[in-house]
Write a protein that binds this ligand. Sequence first.
Ligand code: SAM
Ligand code: SF4
Length: 333
Amino acid sequence: MEDRYGHRISYLRVSITDRCNERCTYCMPRELQEWLPREDVLTYEETLRLVRIAAELGVSKVRITGGEPLTRRDVLTFFQELRSVPGINDIGISTNGTLLARRSANGLTTAQALRLAAVNSVNVSLDTLEREVYAAITGRDFLPQVLEGIDAAIAAGFPLIKLNCVLMRGRNEDQFVPLIQYAAARNLILRFIELMPVSTSDVLSDDNFLPVAEARRNLESHFGPLIPEPGFRTNGPSTYYKIPGREQRIGFIGALTNLHFCESCNKLRLTCDGKIRPCLGSYLEFDIMKVLRAGATDADLKRFFLDVVERKPEQHDFRENYQPGRMMVAIGG
Ligand code: SAM
Ligand code: SF4
């Protein structure tokens, strides 16, 4: 699949739930959230069918996200089935990490079970190492579980583990250096992500938005000039640098301030309620669940994917202060 701007689509990000056991301020509003009714969420079988169709059209990488994907029932069985979809050779998960260390009846941690299901990359959100700050950002006092979860992921032997830290002025600026040291000690890749205007309308303001360039300057005043690594990529829009005198790499995801952000986009998103979104930062979404449940053939579904790709915008609308009608938790970050 290739869009009008020459983006070759090889990556599908699949949200399997809008539910979450945390309440991050930038992702979900504080008020009690109404979850989608079960019947409005794609079944695993439906999701796997759509992944298979996408794979036949050239998708080889899938990342499972949410909400918190590990809160969905029977998620490990879903991952085992995902690995057998022909053409999918790179499976990742984005998680808040809270459930990675949980053990099943067979004694395995969730992280080990994911690794056995051929998941090769795990992204864990970690905005701070301070327990109180963590609780204030996520609405839950789960930092100890997350740190245990990261240890469980390391012990499970994933080839790639990344930590994602959302940049928030006045909230976690003092955490960047400690997070870098934490990642260095465990040989993990840490990425700093600009706050995006998704979710609630007050998520992004001039007071809390911290551009990646400023974060980089702050880090350089501590570590010295960071060394660009233009050749290093992990299949996403991050730009990587090395810390001087170390092998450690850190990434910056400047969704708003990097004007080249969309140039190498290779992604489509499938929301848990069966909408295909050609771009996170655009209102466009297309209801594939409706056609799927109306009895579409594989050929119909392929045509649907191709039509969506045809409409993929050249770049996102975040700089127009885009505020979608849907929360991030329901889109799948
Ligand atoms: N629950 C999982 C987690 O927290 O990693 C997966 C879903 S979450 C929506 C995926 C990623 O989106 C997380 O790294 C989170 O920090 C990021 N995210 C959520 N809202 C965001 C926002 N408004 N701006 C930037 N990143 C955001
Ligand atoms: Fe949940 Fe992840 Fe959103 Fe936080 S960022 S509320 S953990 S889905």
